[in-house]
Ligand binder design. Structure first.
Ligand SMILES: Cc1cc2nc3c(=O)[nH]c(=O)nc-3n(C[C@H](O)[C@H](O)[C@H](O)COP(=O)(O)O)c2cc1C
Length: 354
């Protein structure tokens, strides 16, 4: 699997998720089997680049290559400048966001809203490709199937992107109008794959190894991208890889291993955000990791009241110590995992709108 000239270790990708796929989480997913991870979106608004939020997102210290940065905006020139800015900060791949349902930039809707204005979308793609070309940096595009049910123009846009020099296209099998509701459909994704010569990535509702294989078969895509199902379960990538290779399910991870991964993730998280905000923003990761486990709901409520890193680490450690006494292997999560992911997505999207 290649993006331009960049070779990837496998074809399982973690989806960009604002507020989730920060550097520590991307590192964790890569460690647990993801071959590729894209940053949370970075705005093309220069006046926000100095903010703590954007400068954290643009910081790639110690990140495992390839470093892929997603940019969001509505103006071709600003998007080209954002690409150059992020290349200066270490980006080796630039991804254009035409997939996110909720991001307002310069009083205009960016992300998937761009899909309803094909000339503007084309101008953005061309400007970003032109800015990246001299640096040898490939450009990728992430989009939905279209603006709304009646306007599913992913295929037309994908062709525009390929002709403009884009190196890979990812399609989330929902329209912008759907948000995260309903089920992802893969016919449009398959049509895009069949029409293009560059790699195409399927995304949307892949939440198990079996579903991953079914989506690969249904679309013929070159790679799969997993978002919400990796929240609290980043080892899903190695579970999918094992199933695709051997046709059988991998045993659940040892409870002690999960404990170790989560504690290390928390330490990385605090070192990026500092203790005060780190403890607060870590709560969602801990919540996702425990909510479907025995005693997880009560633990989450209690853990959310803790305000310092040492207490949070101790609580997580004790929760898994107790669980490991009765379960050497992590108990199979209840099927509510995806539903909880959808709920979390809606919360986070609401937060993005604010
Ligand atoms: C909390 C959250 C934040 C997201 N942020 C972004 C983003 O910044 N850029 C983007 O292209 N897509 C974003 N997405 C969409 C995901 O990349 C992905 O396309 C979508 O969740 C469908 O995949 P899934 O069903 O595997 O979750 C976000 C999704 C969620 C749940």
């Amino acid at each position: 699997m290649r993006i331009g000239t960049i070779e990837l270790p496998n074809h399982l990708f973690v989806a960009p998720m604002a507020g989730v796929t920060d550097r520590p989480f991307r590192q964790l997913c890569k460690r647990l089997g993801a071959g590729y991870a894209v940053s949370e979106m970075i705005t093309s608004r220069k006046d926000l680049w100095h903010t703590l939020k954007t400068s954290r997102r643009a910081n790639h210290d110690g990140e495992v290559a390839p470093i892929a940065v997603q940019i969001a905006g509505t103006e071709p020139v600003m998007m080209a400048e954002a690409a150059a800015y992020n290349i200066d900060r270490g980006a080796q791949i630039i991804d254009i966001n035409m997939g996110c349902p909720a991001k307002k930039v310069c009083n205009q809707w960016a992300g998937s809203a761009l899909m309803q204005d094909e000339p503007l979308a084309a101008a953005i793609i061309e400007a970003v490709v032109a800015a990246c070309l001299p640096h040898g940096v490939p450009v990728t595009l992430k989009m939905r199937t279209g603006w709304c049910q009646a306007e599913r123009n992913a295929l037309r846009l994908a062709r525009i992107a390929e002709n403009a020099g884009v190196a890979m296209v990812t399609v989330h099998g929902r329209t912008r109008e759907q948000g995260y509701k309903g089920l992802a459909e893969y016919d449009t994704v398959a049509a895009v794959k069949a029409a293009l010569h560059i790699p195409v990535v399927a995304n949307g509702d892949i939440d198990s190894p079996q579903k991953a294989r079914a989506v690969l078969q249904a679309t013929g895509c070159d790679a799969l991208m997993v978002g919400r199902a990796a929240q609290g379960r980043p080892w899903i990538f190695r579970e999918i890889a094992h199933y695709l290779e051997h046709g059988e399910l991998l045993a659940p991870p040892a409870t002690r291993d999960v404990q170790g991964w989560l504690l290390e993730h928390l330490q990385d998280h605090y070192s990026l955000y500092g203790e005060h905000s780190g403890v607060r923003s870590a709560r969602k990761h801990i919540g996702w990791a425990v909510h479907a486990l025995p005693g997880g709901t009560a633990f989450r409520a209690a853990m959310n009241t803790l305000d310092d890193a040492a207490a949070q680490l101790r609580a997580v450690s004790t929760f898994f110590d107790v669980l490991a006494e009765s379960h050497r292997l992590l108990p199979t999560p209840l099927p509510q995992a995806l539903a909880a992911g959808v709920e979390a997505a809606n919360d986070d999207v609401a937060e993005l709108r604010a």
